[in-house]
Design a protein around this ligand. Sequence first.
Ligand code: PLP
Length: 396
Amino acid sequence: MHKHHSALGVATALKPAAPVTLIRPQAAARAARFFAQKFPGRSLYAVKANPSADLIRTLWDSGITHYDVASIAEVRLVAETLPDAKLCFMHPVKAEEAIAEAYHVHGVRTFSLDTMDELEKIVRATGGAADLELCVRLRVSSEHSELSLASKFGVELGETSELLMATRQAADALGICFHVGSQAMSPQAYSDAIERVRAAIVDAAVTVDIIDVGGGFPSVYPGMEPPALEAYFDAIHRGFESLPISYSAELWCEPGRALSAEYSSVIVRVERRRGTELYINDGAYGALFDAAHIGWRFPVALLREEESEAELTGFSFYGPTCDDMDHMAGPFMLPGDVQAGDYIEIGMLGAYGAAMRTGFNGFTSEAIIEVEDEPMTSLYADPVPARRRATVIKLG
Ligand SMILES: *Cc1c(COP(=O)(O)O)cnc(C)c1O
């Protein structure tokens, strides 16, 4: 793989005609060390945020030994990439064949569920195995999060006791898990959800061995500057310590975004300017799905050898396909004199960005280059990277 010093260096030296994904293994390693050392329990990487084998190896080397996988393809990927990793199959609705292969071929013992049907399916697919770790997924509120995960999965309060008792019978270890929604902007999200867990445990009167607080840990984006992650860890630790659970119970979390967002950014080229609309060569069908479909704002920077003096102006982007929906409203703040031929770095695309790229309309890009400079923003760097700080503050 090519290695360069910085995003600016890549743009000026290579003048790439197609988008280039930049990767920063050092940033992912720093995030992994942070979770491995500071989260008061075990951290599972949620692979769907970015299933890059290189990233997964980097996380492993920095202390992440457990992986939250949600499809049989993710199970196979991680099993191949890291034969010694522990895999937890945490999608509550799985194909029976996927459960059987995960259990019998890849040694997976941990599964999540939110219905009696899924419990019976797991028992059938594993031949009534006696060594299962089963986590019941509770429905919790997404009110503190930017992206809801509240409507699709999770057992309702009224049905929780019955499911917990039945799962206790089938499981060697019983867990309770939830997901507060992605990009949770307040630690209160976890405190509230843990209260829900407490009620469920008291009602069912079962012994619980694992509390899994899921993902949702935030990253930094324009207009979304969350409290320090330590505040989240403190709230979770306090909640966990106060639960009526077995003395040896374990605390787990499943960060996806927080471990991968800083890993990647993308360099795009402006192909045309029309007023404050920039036609760029990546978009909704590439790395910018969230920017297009849920109006997510990513940090941007103009990559010019000589820094522009022009005032920052709000731009929207059009992607390269012929589809009107290939539009990112932003606003993305860039110097007012940006023009066709300029390169722009779009940051924080390591989570749910680079991983979402399709080949629609013939526009895609496999180009990946490793760089050594800091990500555009960071929850882990102290202080925030100097080159970027001015932009970040103006953007917020
Ligand atoms: C998506 C997902 C995660 C990761 O969520 P983030 O918000 O990226 O941290 C964790 N667990 C489950 C079950 C998920 O579906």
